[in-house]
Design a protein around this ligand. Structure first.
Ligand SMILES: [Zn+2]
Length: 218
């Protein structure tokens, strides 16, 4: 059993390490968790004693296998609850992250199992992120950034990189949601913005900030 704070550290290390591949610095962790480096160091010692992390002073931290298992379970619960909130309680996709931040810490394994079953074993959350299985397997879909697409190429929106509410609200406003079919109609070399046509909708210009945060099926 781990505290909310411990679980949040473990989850954040997992995300910052590019899913466990790289070492995370104490400063990066302090930034992401909006806390002081000294508090991070204290917590890392604690997590290290619990065999959740490998922590080398001045070098950084990685998750142990046990730590990675905990991270994947927290992420699994977070994403399943997001599906529940959107599909069953009619939340909008920009409203669910904060609520799921709390629900992800509910410990009952039976509840998570029943929730998964109730939702029909969804594979992706409302932002297009893959949901780890009960045993921690995660299937990364084949996807491509909108920014990397060529003129005349088409694709279906399958995910977003920045699930901040302000970004999702903006996408709602310009008429892009998961499942939208888009076609690149022009690319502006001078500022890397793009002109895209949304099927059944309009043709719009999107900034490179936007096109670098939208994934399409490859
Ligand atoms: Zn979320």
């Amino acid at each position: 059993m781990y505290s909310f704070t411990e679980e949040n550290y473990i989850k954040t290390i997992y995300k910052l390490s590019a899913n466990g591949a790289q070492e995370v610095s104490t400063n990066a962790l302090a930034d992401a968790l909006d806390t002081r480096a000294a508090s991070v160091t204290d917590m890392l010692r604690k997590l290290s004693a619990k065999n959740m992390v490998h922590y080398v002073k001045y070098r950084g931290v990685t998750l142990t296998e046990a730590g990675e298992r905990v991270a994947l379970q927290v992420i699994r619960k977070h994403r399943l609850w997001e599906v529940f909130l959107v599909d069953k309680l009619q939340f909008n996709w920009d409203e669910v992250h904060e609520v799921a931040e709390e629900l992800e810490h509910v410990t009952s394994e039976l509840l998570t199992k029943r929730l998964d079953e109730f939702l029909g074993y969804p594979r992706f959350d409302p932002h297009g992120d893959p949901i780890p299985s009960e045993t921690g397997e995660i299937n990364q879909p084949r996807q491509k950034l909108l920014a990397a697409m060529d003129i005349a190429e088409t694709g279906t929106v399958v995910g977003v990189n920045d699930s901040q509410p302000h970004f999702l609200k903006y996408l709602d406003k310009i008429g892009i949601s998961l499942g939208s079919k888009v076609k690149v109609t022009d690319k502006m070399l001078y500022d890397s913005s793009m002109e895209i046509h949304i099927e059944g909708g309009t043709t719009i210009l999107v900034s490179s900030e936007v096109s670098n945060n939208i994934y399409l099926s490859a």
